[in-house]
Design a protein around this ligand. Structure first.
Ligand code: NAG
Length: 196
């Protein structure tokens, strides 16, 4: 029995692969090609004018502050979802990989989340951002300079090939759980490169 388990474990872990996403768009974020009606892009929601991104090989050096200008209310609940698509024969097809949270603000600083690992841990005015989250007006996101490598570790499943995209959607819901008409939709497109 132990042998079988080990064998299974061995097989499973050989499926786990590390990838890095080779970005298609040097600006990282693209507007959504099939965003929900009324959705706005990242530049309409966040002022990124003071953010500087320098690409050096596969590393993005990010520095500067951003200001959230998303027009929602301080009491709104923010939901987030992330879906992973594969471009196949002219169409973007969904894959089984997705993540969603019904209360983004409550998990923004959860150490086990990708959001934290890649981004929110570099926000220096954490106390203010924990309170205001993404809700404007004019929430400052002050960053310490950080390096971003779009690496997925321990990815399980069939080998990824070709164009893929990550679609991220943020909704703000009012007290009656009615979504505001201006969700944020962004895409990160690229090609996963197998690391080893
Ligand atoms: C970012 O904001 C913080 C806090 O207001 C400030 O101390 C810092 O100088 C700002 N950084 C840049 C690059 O403007």
């Amino acid at each position: 029995m132990i042998f079988v388990l080990l064998l299974l474990f061995g097989v499973t872990s050989s499926w786990a692969t590390d990838y890095e996403l080779l970005l298609e768009d040097p600006d990282i974020f693209s507007p959504c090609t099939e965003g929900p009606p009324g959705s706005i892009n990242i530049h309409q929601a966040v002022n990124l004018d003071d953010i500087v991104v320098d690409q050096e090989g596969d590393i993005l050096h990010v520095s500067g502050n951003a200001t959230v200008v998303w027009d929602v209310q301080p009491t709104d609940r923010i939901t987030a979802r992330l879906d992973f698509f594969h471009f196949n024969r002219g169409n973007w097809e969904p894959t089984v990989f997705s993540m969603a949270t019904q209360n983004f603000c409550s998990i923004m600083y959860d150490k086990n989340q990708y959001w934290y690992k890649y981004w929110t841990r570099f926000i220096t005015n954490r106390h203010e951002v924990e309170k205001k989250c993404f809700r404007g007006p004019d929430t400052l996101l002050a960053h310490e300079p950080f390096d971003l490598r779009l690496k997925f570790e321990n990815f399980r499943g069939p080998l990824l090939r070709g164009r893929h995209k990550i679609v991220v959607l943020f909704n703000a819901l009012d007290e009656r759980n009615i979504p505001r008409p201006n969700p944020i939709c962004l895409e990160i497109r690229g090609e996963p490169l197998k690391l080893h």
